[in-house]
Design a binder for this molecule. Structure first.
Ligand code: CDT
Length: 316
C-alpha cells in the first residue's frame, strides 16, 4: 500500500512593486498548468506570493502598506487562480498578506482543496525583524511592524489523503514549529519563504551560509518528526533586493529529494509516499514511547534563556 501526494513546489521569481496582482496570478496559473502536466495534484506557492516582499520598505504610517493586503480571499484578482485550480482538479497552498474585517494584519497561508474551497488557514507565528526603522541595518525587515503574530497555532489537517500542516518562512528555523505538528502526526509540512540573501546585521554572512541554514532547518525538521517538508521560495532580485532560491522537498529521513537550481518561476514535482513517514514515527521518533515530557518543562515556562538549573554535585 502506498499513499502518494504528487506535490509541485512552485517557485516564483521576483515580484516587483510595479507588478499587478493580475500579472502575478497569471504566472501562478502558468506554473499550475506546468505542474498539472507533470502529474502534480497539489501545488505549493511561496510566502506573500501575490506581492513584492513589502516588509523591506518602511512607512511611518503603516496604513500606507494596506495596498499589499488582501481583504477577501478569493478576491477579484485571485478568483482566476481558484477557477483554474478547480478545472484542473488541483489542490493548492499559497501565502498572502491578510487584512481582516476587524482591521487585523496577518502573514497568512491557506490550503485549498481540489474543488476550490479554502479548508485551512495558518497565520505566521515567528515574525522576524523589527518594529521601527533601524538605520544600522543594511536593509529593513519590518514584519514585526506590519503583521501581528499568528493566532491560530500550528494545526494539522486531513488533506489530500494525508496529514498536512503549514508554516511560513522564519517558522522553518524553529524546532517547535515541526514538533507541535509532529505531535499531530503530520506527514507533510508545506511552507513558503522570502529569504534575503544578505544578513542585514552581519555582512560577513554569505549566501552559502544562508542556504546552509535553510537546508539544515528543513532537513532537521523533517527527520526529527518523520515528515516530508516542502519549502518554496520567492527568489531573485525584487525591487533591487536579492532573495535566495532553494525551493526543495525533503523526505522523512531528512534527505533532499530535489531542489531547484535557479531563481526564476519554476516547478519541482515530487511524488511523496506518505507511508514512508511510518518507519520513523514507529521507531526512533515514536514520541509516545520515547519523549520524556517531565524534563521539557522549561520549553513552556521560559521564552528567553534564564539561569542555569545545574547545581554543583555534593560530595558523597
Ligand atoms: N520572510 C522571512 O521570514 N524571512 C526571514 C528572514 C530572517 S532575517 C530578518 C527568514 O527566516 O528567512
Amino acid at each position: 500500500m502506498s499513499r502518494i501526494i504528487t506535490v509541485a513546489a512552485a517557485q516564483l521569481g521576483p515580484n516587483q512593486k510595479a507588478d499587478s496582482r493580475a500579472a502575478i496570478v497569471g504566472r501562478m496559473i502558468a506554473l499550475m498548468e506546468e505542474a498539472h502536466g507533470k502529474g502534480a495534484t497539489f501545488i505549493v506557492y511561496p510566502e506573500l506570493a501575490l506581492t513584492t516582499f513589502f516588509p523591506r520598505w518602511y512607512a511611518e504610517d503603516r496604513a500606507e502598506m494596506d495596498q499589499w493586503f488582501e481583504r477577501a480571499m478569493p478576491g477579484p484578482d485571485t478568483q482566476p487562480l481558484f477557477d483554474r485550480a478547480r478545472t484542473l482538479g488541483m489542490a493548492m497552498s499559497f501565502g498572502y498578506a491578510e487584512l481582516t474585517p476587524e482591521g487585523r494584519h496577518f502573514n497568512t497561508s491557506i490550503l485549498v482543496d481540489r474543488s476550490g474551497r479554502i479548508v485551512a488557514k495558518y497565520r505566521k507565528i515567528h515574525l522576524p525583524g523589527h518594529v521601527d526603522y533601524d538605520p544600522e541595518r543594511s536593509h529593513q525587515h519590518l514584519e514585526k511592524r506590519y503583521f501581528e503574530p499568528g493566532d491560530l497555532g500550528f494545526p494539522v489537517w486531513e488533506f489530500e489523503g494525508g496529514r498536512v500542516g503549514m508554516a511560513i518562512c522564519n517558522d522553518r528555523r524553529w524546532p517547535e514549529t515541526y514538533r507541535v505538528m509532529g505531535l499531530q502526526g503530520v506527514e507533510m509540512v508545506v511552507l513558503g519563504f522570502n529569504t534575503p540573501s544578505a544578513n542585514s546585521q552581519r555582512a560577513s554572512e554569505s549566501m552559502a551560509d544562508r542556504m546552509f541554514h535553510h537546508r539544515l532547518s528543513c532537513q532537521a525538521g523533517a527527520y526529527q518528526n518523520a515528515t516530508f517538508v516542502v519549502a518554496v521560495a520567492k527568489a531573485g532580485t525584487e525591487d533591487g533586493h536579492h532573495l535566495t532560491g532553494g525551493t526543495l522537498v525533503v523526505d522523512p529521513n531528512g534527505r533532499l529529494l530535489g531542489e531547484l537550481d535557479h531563481e526564476a518561476d519554476g516547478v519541482l514535482v515530487v511524488a511523496c509516499d506518505l507511508d514512508e513517514t511510518r518507519f520513523g514515527k514507529e521507531t526512533i521518533f515514536d514520541f509516545a514511547r520515547h519523549r520524556r515530557v517531565e524534563h521539557y518543562g522549561l520549553i513552556l515556562e521560559r521564552t528567553g534563556p534564564g539561569a542555569p538549573l545545574g547545581r554543583p554535585e555534593q560530595p558523597a
